[in-house]
Design a protein. Structure first.
Length: 535
């Protein structure tokens, strides 16, 4: 239940700059770290840029740093591209794969402005090419091919690795708040203007790097990058001129202190030059269409998947509703309790039919949330169904009858931008996890196409015969703790016998929720057929 969301990870998936956890899921990666102990930059070079995406968890769209290295090319961290491949070989296997190339929608870079929200030159990203699928600093960088050339002087790349002790300049727009995970969506948590710090290249051993790794250790205990400085630059002086020596990969691998790992770009000059010179080109194959995935998405506040849903009473002029898990709400509803109609302002990224994020919506109210009896939450958006439809985002109807064993379902994992093929193995009367108990829970049949994993919380399960949402994924057995403990749900028989099988995945039916949602996108516990809360 809980770790099916990524909210508890040291580097939350809600943050796109967080070492690709949005797409790499289970990898234990260093956090992409912000310019800590620095100060506001007095100026900005025309080649310095803020890489921005429509699916950013920040309200100013910033996700990573980027630097212009040729009139039509910028460089950033590889994990900042974070796109999931959704080809036929992947879809339905339960695997998650990183795209090495792509033609993205809703990506752009703002160059030459200290502010991420105004000024400078804005140019769209036409294509990207990533050096490696891994988050290793040896190859964690990507080239962004821009839609047009910029009439500014790019920064040259370093021709050699800077030696320890070399003075270095760090720049970025990353996290500067103190509230941790709960604070990551807050506007006040990020600087309005570019921040900078002067430090030095550190010996490799300080960051736990081996001699053969193509990476730099930069900074000291008090100075370094933080969340959403990923892809940002470290500049040094070489031959009397400023050069780009590296891009932010992540935090310290060993101690967790401020010295941070940067990709050593001097070691990749030949590969970079091959694209910038035109000797190599990026394939232009479009991303494949994923039937039905439009309308799925993710909540920036938790990293959980979410889907736009409607009921029979919904009208096109109504504010749209999104469905996710109750455990994706902060704070979580207590056992035996439910949350009703409270203010809630969160960003929601929504996908189009090609699995690309095409829209950003904002929640205004948490209509209902509980983890007792079921594990579900419904938010109301500021945007109407009609407005979302015009952006290519449809609403999925909620089912009034539940699935049966043997039914084939499609799980729309908006947080991964992909789908899974799942079969209902059984409907379990009682499932327990820590202090919460759910009833009539869908258990998936153990198949290769439905290997559930962390990060799938809130994903809608749709019956392809009707197009209706019949359940919402909420948990699987990690197998690393006692049965019925957190991340290890258990089935409880009528005789009290407990069963917990590693790898088993579960979803909560929505049929009890459907009759409680009424016209105007509201929750009405007194509506005919509504039994939620009557435990």
């Amino acid at each position: 239940m809980i770790m099916t969301s990524l909210a508890r990870r040291a580097c939350p998936a809600a943050l796109l700059a967080c070492a690709a956890l949005l797409v790499l899921v289970g990898l234990a990666a260093p956090s992409s770290q912000a310019i800590v102990d620095g100060h506001r930059a007095a100026d900005v070079a025309p080649y310095e840029g803020s890489f921005q995406r429509v699916d950013s968890p920040r309200r100013d769209n910033h996700v990573c740093g980027a630097t212009l290295i040729a009139p039509r090319w910028a460089i950033t961290a590889g994990h900042c591209t974070g796109l999931v491949e959704t080809g036929p070989s992947l879809r339905g296997t339960g695997a998650v794969k990183i795209a090495l190339t792509g033609s993205p929608v809703g990506w752009w870079v703002r160059f030459g402005s200290r502010k991420v929200g105004s000024g400078g030159r804005i140019v769209g990203v036409q294509q990207f090419v990533r050096a490696s699928r891994t988050i290793s600093p040896d190859g964690d960088f990507a080239l962004l091919k821009l839609r047009r050339a910029l009439p500014v002087e790019p920064v040259p790349l370093a021709t050699r690795r800077p030696t320890p002790g070399t003075r270095a300049l760090l720049r970025g727009w990353g996290y500067t708040g103190r509230g941790g995970l709960r604070d990551y969506e807050s506007t006040r948590s990020y600087p309005r203007a570019l921040r900078t710090a002067t430090t030095r290249i550190a010996p490799r051993a300080v960051c736990g790097l081996t001699k053969g790794q193509l990476a730099l250790c930069v900074g000291h205990d008090d100075v370094g990058p933080d969340n959403m400085d990923s892809g940002g630059p470290v500049f040094v002086t070489e031959g009397g001129r400023t050069v780009l020596a590296g891009t932010v990969n992540g935090g310290n691998y060993v101690s967790g202190l401020r010295p941070s790992v940067y990709t050593d770009l001097s070691a990749h000059r030949r590969w970079i030059r091959s694209y910038v010179s035109g000797r190599r080109t990026i394939p232009t194959t479009p991303r494949p269409t994923t039937p039905g995935i439009a309308g799925s998405g993710s909540l920036a506040s938790s990293g959980c998947a979410a889907s736009v849903v409607r009921v029979a009473a919904s009208r096109s002029t109504n504010r749209a509703m999104v469905l996710t898990n109750g455990h994706c709400v902060d704070p979580r509803p207590a056992p035996g309790d439910a949350v009703l109609d409270r203010p809630a302002r969160h960003l929601v990224t929504l996908l189009g039919p090609d699995s690309n994020p095409v829209a950003r919506a904002t929640t205004t109210r948490l209509i209902y949330a509980t983890m007792t009896g079921t594990d579900a939450a419904v938010y109301r958006l500021r945007e109407t169904y009609a407005q979302l439809r015009r952006l290519g985002v449809p609403a999925h109807p909620l089912a009034v009858s539940g699935p049966a064993p043997g039914d084939e379902l499609v799980m729309h994992a908006g947080s991964f931008q992909t789908t899974y093929a799942c079969t209902v193995g059984a409907v379990v009367p009682t499932v327990r996890e820590t202090g919460w108990t759910q009833r009539d829970v869908v258990r998936y049949r153990a198949t290769r196409s439905c290997r559930t994993q962390a990060g799938l919380s809130g994903a809608a399960l749709i019956d392809p015969r009707t197009g209706q949402v019949v359940a919402v994924h909420n948990s699987h057995v990690a197998g690393d703790g006692e049965p019925c403990s957190e991340d290890n749900p258990c089935e409880v028989g009528s005789d009290g016998a407990v069963t917990s099988v590693r790898g088993r995945g579960y979803a909560q039916q929505v049929t009890a929720l459907t009759p409680c949602l009424v016209a105007g996108s509201a929750f009405d516990a007194g509506a005919p057929g509504c039994t939620l809360g009557q435990w």
